[in-house]
Design a protein around this ligand. Structure first.
Ligand code: ZN
Ligand code: ZN
Length: 251
């Protein structure tokens, strides 16, 4: 499995891009950095996008991508979203007001994009990949995921504060190679992290104790750009790696 880091921050500035990972060139996890990272041809090869939740930094390239790829693919791109997230995308994004409804353009039968919803906590298949969704702790319905290609698995936490079920599922996943895990704010903003459903280095430390690693790498993302140097200092000594833009992993 090839994992490309297209975006790994909790905000956007030059050299910082919002959450977006690409598996084997065809399956995206979140849509925070598709159109600013991929060329048009690569963009057209993305068949499926799993979104963790409806917050803007995770879905912002869906409308821009739809506009770019119209007329260039034979079949719709499938957006996999939890029920609440799917409702938000239909009502607030592809609503012919904020953006044209690309789930009906050019035709209802063969649109540019289709939204497929799942129950938070459900397992489903996407082509040759098996996906387990796990509800995590955030002000809106947010999911972590385990994605398996049949021989190995990688996981992504989604935006979350301290949580439980995610770790239970990961501890049952025998072939887990990597966990993409959020960390957003420095320790001094603990209160903000708590009310907004995010981790700081000190709550991350507690979360890591819940994970039986079995050799899996813990790769951090969603660092807020304004606090990256501070966060890196506070993360020193923890058995984790902070993701950098453009990195590619072969598992
Ligand atoms: Zn976010
Ligand atoms: Zn969020």
């Amino acid at each position: 499995m090839r994992l490309q880091v297209l975006g790994c921050h909790g905000g956007e500035l030059p050299k910082y891009k919002t959450t977006c990972f690409l598996i084997d060139g065809v399956l995206a996890l979140d849509a925070g950095a598709l159109t600013g990272s991929l060329g048009l041809e690569q963009l057209c090869r993305v068949d499926d996008i799993i979104v963790s939740h409806s917050h803007f930094d995770h879905v912002k390239d869906l409308p821009l991508m739809a506009d770019l790829i119209v007329g260039r693919r034979d079949k719709p791109v499938t957006i996999h979203a939890s029920r609440e997230c799917a409702r938000t995308l239909r009502t607030n994004m592809f609503n012919n007001s904020l953006w044209p409804d690309f789930t009906r353009i050019p035709t209802r039968k063969n649109p540019v994009m289709q939204i497929k919803s799942f129950r938070a906590g459900a397992s489903f298949k996407i082509g040759r990949y098996s996906v387990i969704s796990i509800p995590v702790t955030h002000p809106v319905e947010s999911c972590g995921f385990v994605v398996s290609d049949g021989s190995l698995s990688v996981a992504m936490s989604g935006d979350t504060g301290p949580t439980q079920k995610l770790w239970e599922v990961l501890n049952r996943t025998r072939d887990l190679k990597a966990v993409l895990l959020e960390t957003s704010f420095p320790n001094r903003l603990q209160q903000l992290a708590d009310i907004s459903g995010h981790l700081t280095p000190q709550t991350l430390k507690v979360e890591l104790r819940k994970l039986e690693r079995n050799g899996a790498a813990v790769l951090l993302y969603h660092l807020k750009p304004a606090f990256v140097p501070q966060l890196k200092k506070e993360l020193e000594g923890l058995p984790v790696e902070v993701l950098e833009l453009g990195e590619t992993f072969e598992f």
